[in-house]
Structure formats: C-alpha cells, structure tokens
Design a protein around this ligand. Structure first.
Ligand code: MC0
Ligand code: CO
Length: 134
C-alpha cells in the first residue's frame, strides 16, 4: 500500500460562506461547489489548489464530528485525506499494521469518493482519511 497524494485537507469551520470568502479573496482559490454529506453530518465545500484541495466542513448537527471538534478545539485543521488506489486493500493493510480503524468498511465521501477514517490514537494524533476516487 502506498498513499498516492494528499487528496484534501479537511478544515472545520463555523460558517462556510464566510470562510470561503477568505480562501477566495485572500488566497485566490475558487470554490468548486458544495455538498451536504448526511452520513457525516456536514456541509462541505471544495477549493482545488495545485493537485490537491482544501475541504471546508461546516456541521449540520450539534452531535456531528465537526460540531464536537469545534466545541473542543475551535476552528482548524481536522483531518488530512490521502488518496489510495483501492480502499478495501488500504483498510486491510492498515489493520494488518495494527491501526485502529474508525471505519472498517468504506463509506460514502463527498463527490462519490469511497472513504475510511483511521483513529488519531493510531496515527500520532492526526485524523487520517483514506480516499479512493474513480
Ligand atoms: C465528507 C467527508 C469527505 O471528505 O468526503 C469528510 O471528510 S467528513 C469529516 C468529518 N467526519 C469525521 O471526522 C468522521 C471520523 N471522526 C470520528 O469518528 C471522530 O471525530 C473521532 C476522530 C473518533 C473523535 O471523536 P470524539 O471527539 O468523540 O473522540 P474523543 O473525544 O474520545 O477523542 C479521542 C482522542 O482523539 C483526539 N481527537 C479527536 N478528534 C481529533 C482530530 N480531528 N484530530 C486529532 N485528534 C483528534 C482527542 O483529542 C482524543 O485524544 P485524547 O484521548 O488524547 O484526549
Ligand atoms: Co474529508
């Protein structure tokens, strides 16, 4: 298994529209659209930069992972997503290396990706997302 690239950097924000303005006006990025991902209780916006993307995440529910993260830490980088060739193989490989998987089966990710999270306790306190895109 080899991570192919940084697919995106996930940033927890309180207000999507306000934060998008910063990335557009100050960093010159363009928002490629937004999507509600019910399963993760988030509304996401993607802003491509080079061959990767910034993923802005606003919570849609008080008990969602982004709401909890902001409650504890405030806004900021919440996860890093690595692109993998085959998500099932990547999950199996991670498990063989003793990683604690939050998701043992692929879940739906924004834009139709297949994703799985590795628990930060296994990955030196960085929440790692694995992402396969067809
Ligand atoms: C739409 C999709 C996409 O890209 O397509 C997305 O990205 S969705 C992105 C949003 N979805 C997700 O994040 C789903 C996966 N995340 C989760 O299941 C959860 O957020 C967990 C990562 C398990 C954390 O849950 P919770 O806060 O309830 O756990 P906890 O308070 O017991 O925390 C356990 C330990 O992990 C640490 N911890 C918690 N969140 C962390 C984070 N984001 N980065 C690094 N460390 C983190 C805590 O400080 C704590 O450390 P200590 O024990 O040392 O105090
Ligand atoms: Co993500």
């Amino acid at each position: 298994m080899k991570a192919l690239k940084v697919d995106h950097i996930g940033i927890a924000v309180k207000n999507l529209d306000e934060t998008i303005k910063f990335y557009q006006d100050v960093l010159g990025l363009e928002c490629q659209g937004s999507e509600v991902v019910e399963e993760q209780k988030v509304k996401v916006a993607f802003l491509p930069v080079g061959d990767t993307e910034v993923e802005l995440l606003e919570s849609t529910a008080e008990d969602g992972p982004i709401a909890k993260f902001i409650e504890k830490n405030g806004e900021g980088v919440q996860h890093i997503a690595f692109r993998v060739e085959n998500i099932e193989e990547a999950i199996a490989y991670m498990k063989s290396k003793g990683m604690a998987m939050i998701d043992e089966k692929p879940r739906y990710g924004a834009g139709g990706a297949s994703i799985a999270f590795v628990h930060p306790k296994s990955s030196h306190r960085v929440l790692v997302e694995l992402s396969e895109r067809k």
